[in-house]
Design a protein around this ligand. Structure first.
Ligand SMILES: *[C@@H]1O[C@H](CO)[C@@H](O)[C@H](O)[C@H]1NC(C)=O
Ligand SMILES: *[C@@H]1O[C@H](CO)[C@@H](O)[C@H](O)[C@H]1NC(C)=O
Ligand SMILES: *[C@@H]1O[C@H](CO)[C@@H](O)[C@H](O)[C@H]1NC(C)=O
Ligand SMILES: *[C@@H]1O[C@H](CO)[C@@H](O)[C@H](O)[C@H]1NC(C)=O
Ligand SMILES: *[C@@H]1O[C@H](CO)[C@@H](O)[C@H](O)[C@H]1NC(C)=O
Ligand SMILES: *[C@@H]1O[C@H](CO)[C@@H](O)[C@H](O)[C@H]1NC(C)=O
Ligand SMILES: *[C@@H]1O[C@H](CO)[C@@H](O)[C@H](O)[C@H]1NC(C)=O
Length: 487
């Protein structure tokens, strides 16, 4: 700007200082500037939206991403500076692709009533659509047409501040989550031409972002013997990786993953489509047969991520690139199925207590936080693990729910529940709780190799205390668990 260029240097400097002071103040007060947070709500025990918005702001998050367009949540965010990303559910992609009117109706009902009081910035069409093979025929070919229709509706309504995108997991790449070297990465053959090329054309043409869900945690866990934990947690520790294809030098795992996506896009002819991180994070807990999920690692990952992103370093292939980033997640979400880590991504427990202090503006130096307890699970657990009725489920015993889970477990595998039939050696004590523990374990020991988890709608948990020894106040199972053992 000519006017400010002409201003005397001293004044320009003062203005800059004032601006910086104001900006810092505004950033801290309003939650401006910090990286974003995913506000997942697959839980039955988390605070209501209004309180959640306060907790989001207390983190210093500049932005929030939700997995729907819930009216109560969007109203709770009105009048805040927090920018918002909303999502079209996977199920309605075919309808929205088929009809411009349906797309416009969705926008009219789910975006227009809240915008701009609620600062909606991204409209994401579907969640990891290209990872769900059950909708490969119905939704994959409809993804970009749906995005097109929504974009057209926004344009017709003169809403120019909302970008349309879609979130994709790392498995959109042929080499999956750990495409090393990044320069060898390419999109999967089944989607590259059919879906990704038109998607990139759309994103490039609308100046939008490729939203990737990128989790160094999973890559490190699977490769715990070869990838150093420090490299995954942005702590370098002397380790680095040089891509033989490009000569680029990597100091952390996330950059490798991001560059793999960037270089795969370039191979399809779109080297300039911007990247956004729709989800990343680190679990604060997990099952005994998992590794590295604890508060100390989670705090290190998320704090270092925030501090790093505040500097906008970009990646080795794209130095200085600015990237919207959303940490997963706001809360530990108790109703998420799967292994224990799935329910432990929160920066808050469900009761609203912080799992560890964190400043998502990234201004607080990571070294200034008080130390967290040393983790016990950074190396794989050795010894037996059992799957039993959880302590919580036992305390709040719901005979119907546990009985249903028991019946389900007994219906899987071979001879799963033979020993707890009347007259058999594990029939006594004849309680639903005791039988459930036996059945959950019997089920899990047989089927875990094929991906079964110790979950049962959150009624089950892993234990390393031999349950046949009745360690609890009331003996809840006194039958030896015969078949149990794990490496
Ligand atoms: C939106 O969220 C509120 C608060 O959690 C909930 O009560 C309501 O049922 C949700 N609305 C829809 C349509 O899911
Ligand atoms: C991507 O967008 C830029 C800027 O609009 C344009 O110059 C370029 O041709 C586009 N690339 C492709 C492959 O369409
Ligand atoms: C640790 O890494 C090995 C392979 O290096 C893998 O087989 C194992 O499953 C990993 N452990 C965990 C708990 O993920
Ligand atoms: C909140 O939940 C956590 C984890 O269950 C617990 O450690 C903490 O004491 C709880 N805080 C309050 C205030 O109840
Ligand atoms: C017990 O479980 C059943 C079946 O899952 C459920 O419908 C019911 O609401 C539960 N009861 C209580 C008190 O939570
Ligand atoms: C059950 O037994 C059948 C026949 O022996 C076998 O093919 C199958 O793998 C067994 N299932 C499990 C879960 O072990
Ligand atoms: C086992 O417990 C169930 C439920 O309380 C009861 O109906 C049944 O009669 C008991 N069976 C024996 C043999 O005690």
């Amino acid at each position: 700007m000519a006017a400010s260029m002409a201003a005397p240097p001293l004044r320009a400097f003062t203005v800059l200082l004032l601006y910086a002071a104001f900006y810092y103040h505004a950033a801290v007060v309003s939650g401006h500037g910090g990286i974003g947070v995913n506000y997942g709500r697959v839980a039955d025990n988390i605070p209501p939206p209004r309180r959640s918005v306060e907790l989001i702001r207390a983190l210093g998050a500049g932005s929030v991403k939700i997995y729907d367009a819930n009216a109560t949540v969007l109203r709770a965010l009105a009048g805040t500076h927090t920018t918002v990303s909303i999502m079209v559910p996977n199920e309605i992609i075919p309808d929205i692709a088929a009809s411009a009117a349906a797309a416009d109706k969705w926008v009219a009902e789910n975006l227009v009533p809240y915008h701009p009081a609620t600062r909606i910035k991204f409209l994401l069409v579907g969640n990891e659509v290209l990872s769900d093979y059950s909708i490969s025929a119905s939704a994959w070919p409809r993804l970009v047409p749906a995005m097109d229709n929504l974009h057209r509706s926004l344009r017709n309504r003169r809403i120019t501040s909302v970008k349309v995108g879609t979130t994709l997991a790392m498995d959109a790449l042929a080499s999956g989550a750990f495409p090393r070297p990044p320069s060898a990465a390419a999109f999967r053959a089944d989607i590259a031409d059919a879906v990704v090329r038109p998607l990139l054309h759309f994103l490039n043409g609308t100046n939008s972002y490729y939203f990737v869900d990128a989790y160094p945690y999973f890559v490190w866990a699977l490769n715990n013997r070869t990838v150093p934990l420090d490299y995954a947690l942005f702590r370098g520790g002397g380790y680095h990786y040089v891509d033989p294809g490009t000569g680029l030098r990597y100091t952390n795992l996330l950059d490798e993953m991001l560059d793999a996506v960037a270089l795969a896009m370039a191979k399809l002819g779109y080297p300039r489509v911007k990247l956004a991180i729709a989800e990343t994070g680190w679990p604060n807990g997990g099952d005994y047969d998992q590794i590295g999920g604890n508060a100390r690692n989670a705090a290190a990952y998320n704090r270092n991520l925030a501090a790093r992103m505040a500097r906008n370093p970009g990646t080795p292939a794209r130095p200085g690139a600015r990237m919207p980033v959303f940490v997963f997640s706001l809360y530990n979400e108790d109703l998420k199925p799967g292994p224990g880590t799935e329910r432990c991504w929160g920066m808050y427990y469900a009761n609203g207590t912080a799992v560890y202090p964190i400043d998502l503006t990234g201004r607080r130096p990571p070294s200034s936080y008080p130390p967290l307890p040393a983790p016990g699970n950074d190396v794989p657990h050795k010894g037996p693990i059992w799957c039993v009725l959880s302590e919580n489920a036992r305390k709040e015993m719901n005979e119907t729910a546990v009985g249903d889970a028991l019946a389900y477990a007994c219906g899987q595998g071979n001879e799963t529940c033979d020993a707890i039939q009347p007259g058999k050696k594990c029939f006594l004590p004849n309680t639903t709780a005791a039988h459930a523990s036996y059945a959950f374990n019997s089920y899990w020991q047989q089927l875990r190799k094929t991906g079964a988890t110790c979950y049962f709608n959150n009624l089950a948990e892993q234990t390393i205390k031999d349950p046949s020894k009745c360690p609890h106040e009331t003996p809840y199972i006194c039958c030896p668990f015969g078949t149990v053992l794990i490496d």
